[in-house]
Design a protein around this ligand. Structure first.
Ligand code: SF4
Length: 439
């Protein structure tokens, strides 16, 4: 595809709070079409998104590093419950590595195997798990460094191998890499690409995309780069504010001004976003790992507001929505909901990266249900002695002494989609050590 590029790639920050590809990229007189670009990007001869024929070796290497063949095996064989002395463990029905994560990491392993003599880069953390990222680093796969808020793309040379993470990459980054003549290894999870298709549909039908997500999260940054006009909304509180604006203050009588609206969402809207015009026709999309219940409530809230504003009979001209939450993230949320309802559970371990959005959703479930929950990303957060450093759903870090009580205890375990079994096993080994010292 002949693209006349006027991108100032050096201006692409590591995080892209405001993505405006359509304003930056033009194909002659017509507006840049991200869908067409990606279609052609994926047909380049130096592009791969399936692996290089080293699947078995890669899965074996991953198994050696991330699997647990002891405790986790016992838990699985015993219907996800296991008793050791005073400790009863209850593991969620669905937990840990999802197929999308396993696929991404496996393809990155295959790429390293295929190109041992070339420099291998990652555009970002491949997934949000410290163990996995560290292991890839030890294998010689480097994350493109960030200096003063900007990725150092000048370090990436012709012929290098660049792995796009499971969250995908923004259009601008793909275009830059195209120009650099590097080998592209695209590990974007297909669930994420499905959301891109949704926002592309919105764009084509001239609906603004309202994305339920976190504007600074890599996945949402990539999704927004495929959207036309967009607004990113984080939670129900922000959605209520938005709907109140749509209804001119009818929800709580405190309608915002246009200026206040734009100030509130200044990092979360496309260039030139005009709430008075762009909120007339809206499509809903979401970051795949948001809390399922919240995404559903969010969609209904916006749909109801559009019905009130434009009439039920006209809703199809003003609102569209498709399910784009990911099944794997939902399954882990459902499993956690079951665990928090279990009256025998004394405390819950929420295991997964502290920057993992899908794990944070699990912590939200536990905290909102009032369960004593400890979100940790590795066994290093436990100790010395009976101490734990854990994260709360709003990001605060908390240290707690004597977190494992004496006597019989039932511990529920839930783990985000990017958490390997080995992390869970190492954490439980620390718990057993604490219990041993209490005897
Ligand atoms: S949680 Fe869902 S979107 Fe994320 S990698 Fe796994 S399957 Fe893909």
């Amino acid at each position: 595809m002949a693209i006349s590029l006027h991108l100032q790639f050096s201006l692409i920050p590591a995080r892209l709070p405001q993505i405006r590809p359509s304003s930056l990229i033009r194909c002659g007189e017509s507006e840049f079409d991200a869908k067409v670009f990606r279609h052609n990007f994926m047909r380049r001869k130096d592009y791969n998104r399936t692996g290089y024929g080293h699947k078995d070796q890669s899965l074996k290497r991953m198994g050696d590093k991330y699997a647990s063949d002891n405790l986790m095996q016992k838990l699985k064989e015993n219907g996800k419950e296991y008793r050791w002395g005073d400790v009863t463990l209850k593991l969620g029905e669905d937990y840990g590595f999802c197929w999308g994560v396993e696929r991404s990491v496996r393809i990155a392993y295959e790429a390293r195997h295929q190109f041992p003599d070339r420099t291998n880069w990652l555009t970002d953390e491949i997934i949000h798990n410290p163990t996995v990222n560290q292991t890839l680093g030890e294998m010689g796969v480097k994350i493109i460094p960030v200096k003063e808020g900007k990725k150092q793309y000048d370090l990436v040379a012709k012929g290098d191998v660049v792995v796009l993470s499971a969250f995908g990459a923004p259009v601008q980054e793909m275009m830059l890499l195209t120009q650099k003549n590097v080998e592209i290894v695209d590990t974007t999870c297909p669930w994420v690409a499905k959301v891109w298709h949704s926002v592309e549909k919105h764009k084509k039908a001239e609906y603004a995309s309202i994305i339920h997500g976190k504007y600074a999260h890599e996945e949402t940054i990539a999704t927004a780069s495929f959207a036309g006009t967009y607004l990113i909304v984080k939670n129900i509180k922000e959605a209520t504010y938005l709907c109140d604006y749509i209804l001119g203050g009818a929800l709580d009588g405190s309608s915002s001004t246009k200026e206040a609206f734009l100030e509130k969402f200044k990092f979360a809207v496309s260039e030139g976003f005009d709430p008075d015009k762009d909120l007339e026709r809206v499509g809903i999309a979401n970051q795949t790992t948001m809390l399922k219940g919240e995404t559903e409530e969010f969609g209904k809230l916006v749909e109801n507001s559009m019905m009130r504003r434009y009439g039920v009979e006209n809703i199809s001209n003003h609102f569209i929505s498709a399910k784009t939450t990911c099944d794997a993230a939902q399954a882990r949320q459902d499993a956690t909901l079951k665990l928090v309802d279990d009256k025998e559970v004394d405390l819950m371990l929420v295991i997964g990266g502290w920057n993992s959005s899908n794990t944070s959703s699990l912590q939200v479930i536990a905290e909102e249900r009032g369960v004593s929950s400890y979100w940790i990303d590795s066994e290093k957060r436990i100790g010395p002695g009976n101490r734990i450093t854990h994260k709360l759903m709003h990001g605060e870090l908390v240290e707690k002494e004597e977190w494992v009580p004496k006597g019989p205890i039932t511990i529920a375990i839930t783990a985000g989609a990017s958490t390997p079994d080995k992390d869970i096993e190492d954490i439980l080994a620390k718990v057993f050590e604490i219990k041993r010292h209490q005897e």
